[in-house]
Design a protein around this ligand. Sequence first.
Ligand SMILES: O=C(O)CCC(=O)/C=C/C=C(/O)C(=O)O
Ligand SMILES: [Fe+2]
Length: 312
Amino acid sequence: MTVKLKCLSHTPLRGLNDPGANVVAEVDAALAKARAEVEAFDPELIVIFAPDHYNGLFYDLMPPFVIATAAESVGDYLTQPGPLSVEKDLALELTRHVLDSDVDIALSHRLQVDHGCTQTLEELTGSINRYPVIPIIINSVAPPFAPYRRVRKLGEAVGRFIAKLDKRVLILGTGGLSHEPPVPLLADAPEAISEFLIAGRNPTPEARAARQARTIAAGKIYGTAESLQTPLNADWDLAFIDLLVQGRLDEIDEFKIEEISKAAGRSAHEVRTWVAAFAALAATGAYTARQDYYRAINEWIAGYGVVSAEQN
Ligand SMILES: O=C(O)CCC(=O)/C=C/C=C(/O)C(=O)O
Ligand SMILES: [Fe+2]
């Protein structure tokens, strides 16, 4: 087995509310470099830890963690719709292995995934189905969340499974860093919103367009005095990246969910996907990591980072 890791932010607003051309070019260059590295590595399997933003998972049955044996992209926010090339039998084997490792995980034989999973796949591989993939969704948007120490345990269990495979495996984490888009909360939500959050699968095109328009409007004022959302926090982001690069993963067990929401925004919990990805890599052996890119980008509602790592 050979393992490489990439963790990066995603944003619903790429192409819909872009920052200046110089910043877009900078991000494009960072992504082009990452994509070239993936191409050269030529993975035989991608294990992607990703969040969902009320497209596949709803409060009618909200699991903390899910492995998909089949997945279909809903194609939100300019992403490619259609099926992913999920390694069905291996995904099922991984599910058994995770359960045998004392980490409870849900299983889906038909999961809808959104830009939170597919944008990174597209950016790093050119499409949503270029390489065999196993999607692992970590609830990062719909509280209550599993504690961070459980996310680390999940990652470790997945890493031990990867370590037994005779394959080149690319581990991906996607989401974060600090940010807070206008994702509604179930607590105190009006009837129509709570109905959507509980059972809003397959929205009409009009409903999807309204969601996207709301996010674009939020992006236009994000980081200004007019915005009610928690702003980006570059210090928090860089400290988190440092912790991963320095291999201080045990400190993650002490992360406090409420404190992170306040300091870095409610959607900063998407970094749970990075936690799981790094824990998985660490379970395969010692690693070296580096920060490839970071910039706080208000227009994209994203503390936007790219981090790479590989086994020593
Ligand atoms: O669900 C919607 O489309 C509206 C909610 C939203 O703002 C989506 C945010 C997407 C992200 O990737 C994020 O910021 O985490
Ligand atoms: Fe997201």
